[in-house]
Design a protein around this ligand. Structure first.
Ligand code: FE
Length: 200
């Protein structure tokens, strides 16, 4: 199996946000796609390790902020590399709130969708949410950031570490040690050991 083949899938990148009991939260995902147009329906897969996952599961509501090529690495770090368990992700960022009461990101974003969950599929590590789009708004015409664009233009080039170890190809996290445990999960972006490569 050539795992590099998966990088050629043309994913977009999104901040998925939810609201529960007065708390706002969100995470980064590359797994939103449109399924049908009548009604307008999307799918979204979220890792169960994300705090946002439980919020969507319990409330049945979420927003999708579609990241554009003007998004900065700070945006990815803010939403992707820290957990809503530990920090208030709505603090210190610019956002708006849509009619469903959920925040959406307004910087580095070109459109927003509001969605209501219709069904859930348990995929083990993730849940696949199938949801009806209840509202949609285009914010500007900056092209959407693809996963390939993120890797090429947004993610900073990793500094050359002197230590032996493994580097996460998604976020740049460094694991120090000869052997990377097969069940290792990146503490920053939650990607598995298969997304790490040895430091050369
Ligand atoms: Fe990572």
């Amino acid at each position: 199996m050539d795992n590099k083949a998966f990088f050629k899938l043309s994913y977009g990148l999104f901040v998925v946000t939810a609201h529960e009991d007065g708390k706002d939260n969100g995470c980064i995902t590359n797994t939103v796609m449109q399924l049908t147009t009548t009604p307008n329906r999307i799918s979204l897969a979220v890792n169960k390790a994300n705090y946002t996952h439980g919020m969507i599961e319990r409330t049945g509501r979420f927003n999708v902020s579609i990241l554009s090529e003007s998004a900065t690495f700070e945006t990815f770090k803010h939403w992707g590399f820290q957990s809503g368990k530990d920090v208030d992700k709505a603090a210190g960022i610019t956002f708006s709130r849509s009619d469903n009461g959920i925040i959406y990101v307004t910087e580095g974003v070109n459109a927003v969708l509001s969605a209501k969950v219709e069904s859930m599929v348990d995929l083990g590590t993730h849940t696949l949410f199938i949801a009806e789009v209840t509202d949609a708004e285009s914010l500007n015409d900056t092209p959407s950031a693809t996963y390939a664009y993120y890797h090429k233009n947004i993610k900073p080039a990793p500094e050359r570490p002197k230590k032996k170890g493994w580097v996460c190809t998604i976020c740049g996290y460094i694991y120090e040690g000869e052997e990377l445990p097969a069940d290792f999960i990146c503490p920053l972006c939650k990607h598995p050991a298969s997304d790490f490569k040895p430091i050369e």
